[in-house]
Write a protein that binds this ligand. Structure first.
Ligand code: ZN
Ligand code: ZN
Length: 368
């Protein structure tokens, strides 16, 4: 575990983050969102705040994490404190003469800001906290080499699990049994957990884009959509495949073919410099040709990494430009209420040469 973490360049991530905060007019950066803390220090505990000031990095946590923090956050000064980590961090900043601290307002609650303000004295409170936005989350959108390596592993584990499910899926199984089998296999293969609640949507329920597994039984004939992800070394995978049990009814194959064509077109559109909106449109325009776009009720994809949903968002008219090193999902779907639905989703790495699919499981029509 530690040797793998040791391969990551936390120091250069911290340097970048503090550089952006200073450019935004702050003396230091306060980070409290736990995935951001992990990204900058390697620390995985549940109570933490990090202050970056100049070349210094200080991690605040409580006594439960004394040993873990020292082991995980190499090169970072660890301070154990009884107070909430964020309060300890703010008190320390005042004592160090820091008077303008950048923080991410999108990850700070009203109560949290109050705790921060109360942790410093009245004479420095005014002007102490400067909102600098999603600075660390923005950096996290572009993965470095060590992250890409971990994400490849997570994605391939997802593929192996899906391939294993092909020998298991059968009419009469309950959706919850399918989810349990998949999650059990994931744990046995080393997954720390699932990226999100496993989606198993079968028969008419396949028309629900977010059909969590229920006690419904898989039909003799109809679609089964599996959307799931594993967490491996902190990084999430995310993939969807839709298979068909029994012979296709009229129209089903054609809809599947259109979704597959839309998904393939969007993957082919991925490249550095292309906007998120253009990738979304690549998928949507294929479905429009067969008048299925009205059944495509969500966005085409999202960034993925330490969290299952990160930037960029791949939706209509999004102007954000894709950059080399981003890992995104491409997941168009068609959902016809009362009939059926399906979705196909890959994780895609943005490379100089275009989009590289990290989840190469079969996407052709599968009839079981
Ligand atoms: Zn998914
Ligand atoms: Zn997704």
């Amino acid at each position: 575990m530690l040797s793998r973490i040791g391969g990551m360049d936390f120091r250069s991530r911290r340097k970048k983050a503090v550089g952006v905060a200073v450019a935004a007019g702050a003396d230091a950066l306060l980070v409290t969102h736990l995935p951001d803390v992990r990204y900058l220090t390697g620390f995985t505990g549940s109570n933490a705040a990090v202050v970056l000031a100049g070349g210094r990095a200080v991690l605040f946590t409580d006594a439960r994490y004394t040993a873990q923090a020292k082991a995980e956050a190499a090169g970072v000064r660890v301070t154990i404190d009884k107070r909430p980590a964020v309060a300890a961090a703010c008190g320390w900043m005042e004592s160090e003469g820091i008077r303008r601290c950048g923080f991410d307002g999108t990850r700070t609650t009203v109560v949290g800001l109050e705790v921060m303000r109360k942790a410093v004295s009245g004479k420095v409170r005014r002007g102490m906290f400067v909102e600098v936005g999603t600075l660390v989350a923005d950096l996290r959108e572009v993965k470095d080499e060590s992250e890409v390596a971990l994400m490849r592993k997570a994605a391939l584990l997802g593929c192996d699990l899906f391939d294993g499910m092909l020998g298991y899926l059968a009419p009469g199984l309950r959706e919850v049994e399918v989810a349990a089998e998949l999650e059990h296999a994931a744990r046995l293969r080393g997954a720390e957990g699932m990226s999100f609640e496993t989606i198993v949507a079968s028969g008419e329920r396949s028309a629900l884009p977010h059909g969590r597994a229920t006690r419904a039984k898989l039909p003799k004939r109809g679609f089964v959509t599996l959307d799931f992800g594993v967490v491996l070394d902190g990084y999430c995978s995310d993939m969807t495949r839709t298979v068909h049990l029994g012979k296709a009814a009229p129209g089903e194959w054609e809809v599947y073919d259109s979704v597959l064509e839309a998904q393939t077109a969007a993957v082919a559109c991925v490249a550095p410099g292309v906007t998120a909106g253009e990738v979304d449109e690549a998928a949507r325009s294929v479905l429009r040709r067969s008048e299925l776009d009205k059944y495509f009720s969500h966005s085409t994809g999202h960034g993925v990494g330490l969290e299952i949903h990160e930037g960029p968002r791949l939706a209509a008219k999004q102007t954000q430009v894709l950059q080399e090193g981003m890992v995104i999902t491409i997941e168009p779907g068609v959902y016809m209420p009362g009939k059926f639905g399906l979705r196909i989703e890959d994780m895609v790495l943005v490379t100089a040469a275009g989009g590289e699919v990290l989840t190469p499981s079969l996407k052709a029509w599968i009839e079981l």
